[in-house]
Design a protein around this ligand. Structure first.
Ligand code: URA
Length: 242
């Protein structure tokens, strides 16, 4: 990052319009290292900068990379219609700075959802060319059979798809439980593949993306965390890393 005036820094972090950010500073709501800042014109190096806004620490980040443990009954859409949006689970600064979900999970799917305000990251992470595996745990309505697993592995034809889609990996976990790994991210893909193979998805959970597991992050449903460099590196399989 670079040097910016304090009002611009606050705006870049999602604290509101420039006018509002100037008012925050003039009202004495912003401190740095214990010193109340009174001028919005103060030019500061943003790298490593930690602000104190309304008495709460805020580490300045050029972009944010977030993992959310999505609960059921939240929509990933920017304009949710039937359930609250996933952005309501994050601090409101993230809405202001245009944080968006990376891909989508259905409203009833739980598990790992990435979110960011870094457009190229969102694009790269969603690109089918990267072959990033997404690991799902599906609960099925009918018992899992070896034939079902074999069908998902060899490929099932979905309506509107030019060719059959196959799971990269598929393992039975229990009587009505299987782990299914997909590299694509087609609309309702797991549910449609299970239906096309003659079963029905009763519940769906995304346990991991690439080598980053939700368990390793220790997030309860509805909780989120920033992803740091080492964790971001795990999202992309080694062979696809630049
Ligand atoms: N496949 C689905 O059917 N739903 C999801 O939410 C994710 C993958």
């Amino acid at each position: 990052m670079s040097k910016l005036s304090l009002d611009r820094i606050l705006q870049s972090q999602g604290f509101g319009t420039r006018k509002y950010c100037r008012a925050l500073i003039e009202d004495g709501e912003v401190s740095i290292a214990g010193e109340v800042q009174t001028s919005y014109k103060t030019s500061l190096e943003t790298d490593g900068l930690v602000l104190d806004v309304f008495g709460e620490q805020w580490v300045v980040r050029e972009h944010v990379y977030i993992a959310l443990h999505k609960p059921a009954n939240f929509e990933c859409s920017r304009k949710p219609s039937h359930h609250p949006g996933v952005l309501t689970l994050l601090p409101e600064q993230f809405t202001w700075r245009d944080v968006q979900p990376v891909g989508r999970l259905d409203h009833d799917t739980t598990g790992m959802l990435l979110m960011s305000d870094d457009g190229p990251f969102i694009h790269a992470q969603s690109s089918p060319k990267r072959h990033i595996p997404k690991i799902y745990q599906a609960t099925t309505a009918d018992p899992v059979t070896p034939e079902l697993v074999a069908q998902l592995l060899s490929g099932v034809q979905l309506h509107d798809e030019p060719a059959p889609l196959a799971a990269q990996r598929c393992v039975q976990l229990g009587e009505r439980q299987l782990e299914i790994v997909l590299e694509q991210g087609k609309y309702h893909q797991v549910k449609r593949m299970l239906a096309a193979a003659g079963n029905h998805c009763a519940a769906l959970h995304r346990a991991a993306i690439g080598g980053l597991t939700l368990d390793s992050l220790g997030l309860a449903e509805g909780e989120w965390c920033y992803l740091e460099k080492e964790q971001l590196a795990l999202l992309v399989p080694a062979e696809a890393q630049p």
